[in-house]
Design a protein around this ligand. Structure first.
Ligand SMILES: [Zn+2]
Length: 279
């Protein structure tokens, strides 16, 4: 999410009011609209404001339509002169009237691009299912806890579930849980009210901090890879925890890597029920 937020801000500073003079679709597989229709509808339209909701970027257009991009894990944007080298597997090129090109490339073709109206936005797969965006000011502590109660299972799985809150990916779920000192495999039903509050505060602080860091790293040519150097625990297995020095643990389950500190984030089995400790 912080990466997309930085890209959103980048485009908002540059493409508002620019008209789309040319639409090239070198690789149509990611575009979920028939190619002819996509090119016809987009050519001559102009960009308005760019919004982000969860992991979707929404480019509003003067026609009222919305160009929706869900880059998933492998989508990359570029903003460059037409003669600048293209990324491999560039799927879409929009030539703007300022002479620049907005491009979308996708190494594994995982992303999805739609062209919709505000009325049909909810037909975009996953869109209607999303909970509030993680940076939405309406996501107060009360709303957050209320939504938590509707989900069961391991807390990490809930954090990355877009139906709970949209925009927390695998990497940032690890960062949030580390910040809140909660073990990723704790059950939601085991979390105390204080821990749920800590989780809310960590969600907010980690993502606001990371959005700022990533925004500052954004270069002028949108030379975008993945900004991961600032992360404190995710994919830092074997390195010392920046808080306590304990070696960070890393577990791969399914296709998901989970990193955490066993000292800062104690396992549920190690914490005795309060009835025992109080004797
Ligand atoms: Zn630690």
């Amino acid at each position: 999410m912080p990466d997309l937020e930085a890209i959103r801000a980048f485009f908002n500073r540059r493409i508002a009011g620019q008209s789309i003079d040319r639409v090239d679709v070198p690789i149509p597989v990611v575009i979920r609209v028939p190619r002819e229709e996509f090119v016809r509808l987009l050519t001559g339209d102009s960009f308005g404001e760019v919004h982000r909701y969860g992991k979707f970027l929404l480019f509003s257009l003067a026609s009222g339509r919305v160009l929706v991009v869900n880059p998933m894990l492998t989508g990359r944007f570029a903003y460059a002169q037409p003669n600048a080298r293209k990324f491999a597997r560039t799927c879409l090129v929009l030539g703007l009237d300022n002479g620049q090109e907005l491009r979308y490339a996708d190494q594994r073709f995982m992303g999805r691009i739609y062209l919709v109206t505000p009325e049909t936005l909810n037909q975009v797969p996953q869109f209607a299912e999303m909970g509030p965006d993680v940076l939405d000011p309406k996501l107060t502590e009360e709303v957050f806890k209320d939504r938590l109660r509707k989900h069961s299972g391991q807390i990490k799985g809930i954090l990355v579930n877009l139906k709970f809150v949209a925009g927390i990916g695998n990497a940032y779920s690890d960062e949030i849980l580390w910040e809140a000192r909660i073990h990723p495999y704790r059950k939601r039903t085991q979390l105390s009210d204080e821990e749920q509050s800590a989780l809310y505060l960590a969600t907010r602080s980690v993502l606001e901090w990371a959005s700022k860091v990533v925004g500052d790293l954004m270069t002028d040519n949108l030379d975008y890879q993945e900004w991961r150097d600032h992360l404190r625990v995710h994919r830092r297995g074997g390195q010392p925890c920046p808080r306590c020095g304990t070696t960070i643990s890393e577990i791969t389950a399914g296709q998901r890597i989970t990193s955490f500190c066993r000292a800062c984030q104690p396992e549920p089995s190690l914490s005795l029920p309060s009835s025992l400790t109080r004797g």
